[in-house]
Design a protein around this ligand. Structure first.
Ligand code: FAD
Length: 105
């Protein structure tokens, strides 16, 4: 029995939220993408256990991580529309541990 060889422009290793979003965005530009994972089902890595919070900001607030959180948060309005995912923005309260450093202890 012979093997069927399939070719893709890009192979993404890992079907967590990062791998799937990278594959999704690439596919919109005509790039053929295969996503592979050592788990049997997609999203069964760390992504499976997330708490469902789409962060608005990340401490320390001046960090690149925080800048990306602000940018990424805004992308969700478009993304959920494209994917047809139910989504509702809720309010949250961030409490600073002291006046100088807003990072949590
Ligand atoms: C308890 C908890 C709560 C969290 N809550 C939130 C939250 O509310 N909001 C938030 O934004 N973030 C949250 N996070 C963080 C968030 O879940 C992770 O940052 C995110 O899921 C990471 O996604 P990822 O795609 O990078 O990794 P993963 O979801 O881990 O995906 C990586 C995939 O790659 C596969 N893989 C790895 N190596 C190989 C290999 N060699 N060959 C084949 N496959 C491979 C793994 O099997 C896995 O499926 C939380 C994390 C935890 C632990």
């Amino acid at each position: 029995m012979g093997w069927a060889v399939e070719r893709y422009d890009v192979v993404v290793v890992g079907s967590g939220v990062m791998g799937l979003l990278v594959a999704y965005e690439l596919s919109k530009h005509g790039v053929s993408v295969a996503v592979v994972d050592e788990n049997l089902e997609p999203g069964f890595g760390v992504s499976k256990g997330h708490a469902g919070v789409i962060h608005v900001i990340q401490p320390p607030f001046s960090s690149l991580k925080s800048v990306l959180a602000v940018h990424g948060n805004r992308l969700y309005d478009r993304l959920v529309g494209e994917l047809g995912v139910r989504y509702r923005r809720l309010k949250a309260l961030l409490v600073a541990s002291n006046a100088d450093d807003p990072s949590p202890p």
